[in-house]
Design a protein around this ligand. Structure first.
Ligand SMILES: *Cc1c(COP(=O)(O)O)cnc(C)c1O
Length: 495
């Protein structure tokens, strides 16, 4: 009866939601997808009277059907509590002709908190449900935000350990400081000489390493993933799109059934895929606008039907989107292939062998919900400055990419549909880039001086997450080569 999960690459074994969450990645390297996308059984009108936790329950219960009502409600209650700095959890604000869905009010001030504050609870519950007697080892590659949010979620959670790899020199000062000061007996943070794609592909390889799996099992451990390839990351993200729509309906900003376009600053394609799932569930979403930075592999894909990662990796001021292999796109490819795992597996094999693939015309026709564009560094900075000057609203660099792409979309299409912009990080996390965009005199400021100045010009209180790291001790200083990642994990586990 319930929803079952299958690999996108052909392994025919069916998994319950809790099994898929526990395992993270399918055995054949594919991602878990539901056998059919479920529908909401509540109207938007009904959701509009609910708080965040209640909406999250209504959405998540449709995907995670083997969790009992009690289990799911407990997970939700333990995640979306006063670790968020507003009872709304994910408020929507109206600025400069759009609605900004602020997803950064959680403990690490980036949208990753929306899923990673609940994932540890879902995973520990899954372990109990499936009589898993092994300690769960979370391996995570991060472009800056996932790592901290995952550690904040898993730190000192009994029965779990977490190892995070980040590209040394590829994250912002605040992001790095947040990670290397992370407390917890079960956490390890490691910088690698390489970029995010290097970290992510090595982590995927470790997941697929049968010898390592055996060694771990003998030591009483089992890997899982906190990256957005885990279906337990994706499902909680669907909730905030339903919630945002319901809030706008409640506030009279939308009429019931009126379409709402959504713009998402995209890296690994998890957040925008969640919006697509929300649309399929019945949330009246119009276009899904995919915003990229200079690493515009997705823009090129939506224009040409060819995905090609063979290009220079560009470090930008929106580092969490500096990605050339958008892992979650695989779930969309599978879908537009008509849920055909053979077609998808072939394309993914081509991606790993040649760094590229091209979809068929028939598949491309199924991408009509999507629009892709990108904003370069100058356009992103100009957008931060312009919205600050017009509305006094300071946004972070990732959100600014989305905001700039929204302007391009309107200019190109003339579409005047009301629009929601996913606001994925607090400007405090990227204070240097944000302040330099507003005025070049800030370019050489000291990090915390810029943070204080940002507080002064925006009138937004400095988040606890930032105050905490001002004086926190650095607890992690390991930096390794890519080839040493496996050894690092084994040492941490005492194997
Ligand atoms: C992770 C992240 C993104 C990209 O989200 P995806 O789900 O990987 O597409 C965008 N902005 C910020 C601030 C992020 O942390």
């Amino acid at each position: 009866m319930g929803v079952l999960y299958y690999s996108t690459r052909g392994d025919k074994q069916a998994y319950t939601a809790s099994q898929a969450i526990l395992q993270g990645l399918a055995k054949d390297g594919g991602l878990f997808v539901p056998d059919a996308l479920p529908k909401l059984d509540k109207t938007m009108e009904e959701l509009s009277a609910m708080d965040y936790k209640e909406v999250a329950y209504e959405v998540m219960k449709q995907f995670l059907t083997d969790y009992t009502k009690e289990e799911l409600k407990t997970c939700i209650k333990n995640a979306y509590n006063d670790r968020f700095d507003t009872p709304a959890i994910a408020p929507t604000v109206k600025k400069a002709g759009a609605y900004y869905l602020e997803l950064f009010h959680g403990p690490t001030i980036a949208f990753k908190d929306m899923a990673l504050s609940i994932l540890p609870h879902l995973m520990v519950t899954a372990a109990k449900k499936n009589n898993c007697d092994k300690e769960i080892v979370i391996l995570t590659a991060t472009s800056g935000d996932t790592g901290k949010a995952a550690m904040a979620g898993f730190a000192d959670v009994p029965g779990t350990r977490i190892v995070v790899f980040y590209p040394k020199g590829g994250v912002s000062a605040v992001q790095e400081k947040q990670m290397v000061t992370q407390k917890g007996k079960n956490v390890k943070v490691v910088g690698i000489h390489g970029n995010f794609d290097d970290a992510q592909s090595r982590v995927k390889a470790l997941f697929g390493d049968k010898e390592l799996e055996k060694e771990l099992a003998e030591g009483g451990f089992q890997f899982s993933s906190a990256n957005s390839i885990n279906i337990g990351r994706l499902v909680p993200q669907v909730a905030y799109y339903a919630y945002a729509y319901a809030n706008l309906l409640r506030d009279g900003e939308l009429k019931d059934g009126e379409l709402l376009n959504v713009v998402v600053p995209t890296g690994n394609f998890g957040n925008i895929l969640a919006a697509y799932y929300a649309k399929n569930m019945g949330v009246p979403i119009g276009k899904l606008i995919c915003a990229s930075n200079d690493n515009k592999v997705l823009f090129d894909f939506f224009r040409s039907g060819s995905y090609d990662r063979n290009r220079e990796f560009i470090l930008t001021t929106s580092p969490s989107m500096d990605i050339l292999i958008s892992s979650n796109l695989e779930r969309l490819i599978y879908r537009i292939a008509g849920d055909d795992s053979a077609v998808n597996a072939e394309l993914m094999a081509s991606l790993s062998k040649n760094g590229k693939y091209t979809i068929t015309e028939e598949m491309a026709e199924r991408l009509g919900d999507f629009y892709g564009n990108y904003a370069n560094e100058d356009e992103t900075a100009a957008q931060i400055k312009s919205v600050y000057e017009s509305d006094g609203y300071v946004m972070d660099t990732h959100t600014a990419v989305a905001s700039a792409v929204y302007e391009k979309y309107k200019a190109e299409t003339g579409d005047t549909t009301k629009t929601l912009i996913a606001s994925t990080a607090s400007p405090y996390k990227f204070a240097r880039s944000v302040m330099s965009a507003i005025d070049s005199k800030y370019e050489n400021g000291e990090d915390f001086a810029l943070i204080d100045e940002l507080c002064r010009i925006s009138g937004v209180k400095i988040p606890a997450a930032v105050e905490e790291i001002r004086s926190a001790a650095v607890l992690h200083n390991t930096v390794v080569d890519r080839d040493e990642m496996k050894q690092t994990v084994l040492e941490f586990l005492g194997l």
